[in-house]
Design a protein around this ligand. Structure first.
Ligand code: BT5
Length: 258
């Protein structure tokens, strides 16, 4: 059993990641405990990657940030490991399969139920510290979700859950994953983009179409393009072409093109 780190519960905050970053920077000698978690009922400026908005009505979602110490050379793994921790926590709650889409999406039935925002805070004594933000839609009805591609535990037929209990479970799962040896296949085996036709929008806007073939040692997504070349993608947005793998196997076996 791991020592429990504190969970700070806030009614409202700009962003739980900003709050944690502020606490970490202000704490003298970095004395804020590893795996301290911040939970909020509401965020006034909830963020996704690239400063996109993360939208959730008050009290409807899990809005969590966790202070994670990690090896500086392996930071790209953190959002992927966090995805696995979330997948393991959600899987028993919903009848449908919970999928991971590289790099930071958690999907149920092809719709986004949660996302991860991993932000580097700084280094102290050779350890990198990260604010690992996790947003999961809990109680929103369909009409309360920000877009048609989103879903929530409620929409997926789950019973109501306590955000604090779910947060504690995710932090426990994450700590257990970080404590044991890990290989890229552990993530790739759970990730729908690692073996499916995908379209990747790179940060500069360039679009790459290919088939995911795996995950490399650094956590990059490997894509084979039509010319046979393999590209290692370190950042970008991935869209699955043709839906989830069950549908894709039909598409591929019927000779469909990408
Ligand atoms: C993410 O970014 O998916 C990361 C989301 C992280 C949110 C958590 S909440 C706690 C912590 N504090 C923060 O301020 N953030 C973290 P990205 O892949 O860039 O996806 C953002 C996109 O998801 C938006 O542009 C919308 O299209 C969509 N989106 C926004 N709110 C959503 C929601 N509640 N459910 C599903 N999709 C949403």
């Amino acid at each position: 059993m791991l020592d429990a780190a504190p969970i700070i519960h806030l009614a409202s905050v700009t962003s739980t990641n900003d709050y944690l970053a502020h606490r970490w920077r202000e704490s003298r000698e970095r004395k804020i405990q590893a795996f301290t978690a911040v939970l909020a009922d509401f965020q006034t400026r909830g963020r996704g990657r690239l400063d996109r908005q993360w939208i959730a009505p008050s009290g409807s979602a899990l809005l969590l940030s966790v202070l994670v110490p990690h090896a500086p050379a392996k930071l790209r793994w953190l959002p992927l490991l966090a995805g696995m921790a979330v997948q393991d926590a959600l899987a028993p709650l919903v009848p449908s399969r919970v999928d991971l889409k590289w790099p930071n999406d958690i999907l149920v039935g092809g719709r986004k139920i949660g996302g991860i925002l991993s932000e580097y805070l700084g280094e102290s004594a050779g350890t990198a510290w990260v604010a690992l933000g996790i947003g999961i839609n809990l109680n929103q009805s369909r009409s309360e979700l920000p877009e048609a591609s989103a879903t929530s535990l409620r929409v997926e037929g789950a019973l109501p859950v306590s955000p604090t209990a779910l947060a504690a479970q995710i932090v426990d799962n994450l700590r257990a994953l970080l404590a044991r040896p890990f290989s890229p296949a552990d993530y790739a085996n759970r990730c729908v983009s690692a073996d499916s036709p995908v379209q990747v929008t790179l940060p500069g806007g360039e679009i790459l179409v290919g088939v995911g073939t795996g995950i490399d040692d650094t956590g990059a997504l490997l894509i084979q393009t039509e010319d046979g070349a393999i590209s290692a993608i370190t950042a970008g947005d991935v869209a699955l072409i043709g839906g989830l793998p069950d549908d894709l196997s039909q598409l591929i076996s019927s000779g469909g093109n990408l």
